[in-house]
Ligand binder design. Structure first.
Ligand code: 13P
Length: 251
């Protein structure tokens, strides 16, 4: 199973800035990319085409959208469809990122519809899940993961598994805070996610990649990626500079 090394650029970079970063990334990492690594970049919508151009000839690299609306087309002002993402060269989409859940107010149910619709439309999906600090301190980790997995994967058909779906465990309290979850916390949460995948999809659930996200840096990436059931990372802040993200990719 290849490790999936993903960059979420959130609401950073104009198209030109994104192209420059993507081109440097390709120059730094594409040549040296080991066979067991795959790289995925989620730029803002306005930079999808420029990043796609910059990475077109970089083997092992792909591009994805940070969000999507679960309809083919229609009167949904401000939204973007799976076909539009595919048209910009995207192979992937993120669903359920914690900033969409907690800042924009997306429900579990909407995340589930986005996930299922995108898969049917031919995109691969990274479904993001994770608990807040209040939920963790109240001992509700297992319950939150169970609920987000059940609703997030509600309409997912068995044939999407394992290749077209990955799950990113991103504890909300570790995102952008510099507070990385420790190995015991990561191992415990990822084991819970693995168990939920296996109970939902049977043996195929063992081959679904589970990514860790939350303050991943060049300094801690190697340790994190080596933990049980960690099949990749989803990186925010430390992915914005080509040099820093390429050190994570090659960690
Ligand atoms: P940071 O790496 O900045 O903590 O962000 C993580 C994240 O939200 C990736 O999707």
């Amino acid at each position: 199973m290849k490790k999936l090394m993903a960059a979420n650029w959130k609401m950073y970079k104009t198209a030109g800035e994104a192209r420059t970063t993507a081109a440097s990334l390709a120059a730094l990492a594409a040549e040296a990319l080991p066979d067991d690594r795959e790289v995925l970049v989620f730029p803002p919508f306005t930079a999808l085409s420029s990043v796609g151009d910059a990475l077109r000839h970089a083997p092992g690299f792909s591009v994805g959208g940070q969000d999507v609306y679960p309809a083919a087309e229609g009167a949904f002002t401000g939204e973007i469809s799976p076909a539009m993402l595919l048209d910009c060269g995207c192979g992937w989409v993120l669903t359920g990122h914690s900033e969409r859940r907690h800042v924009i107010g997306e429900t579990d149910e909407l995340v589930g519809r986005k996930t299922a619709f995108s898969l049917t439309a031919g995109l691969k999906v990274v479904l993001c899940i994770g608990e807040t600090i209040e939920e963790r301190e109240a001992g509700r980790l297992a319950e939150v993961l169970e609920r987000q997995m059940a609703t997030g994967l509600a309409g997912v058909k068995a044939d999407a598994v394992p290749d077209a779906i990955a799950v990113a465990y991103e504890p909300v309290w570790a995102i952008g805070t510099g507070k990385v979850a420790g190995p015991p916390e990561i191992i415990d949460a990822h084991a819970k996610v693995r168990q939920l995948l296996v109970s939902r999809f049977g043996e195929a659930g063992r081959a679904v990649r589970i990514l860790y996200g939350g303050s991943v840096k060049p300094e801690n990436a190697r340790e994190i990626i080596a933990l049980d059931n960690v099949d990749g990372v989803l990186v925010g802040g430390a992915s914005l500079q080509a040099d820093s993200f390429s050190r994570i990719i090659l960690a």
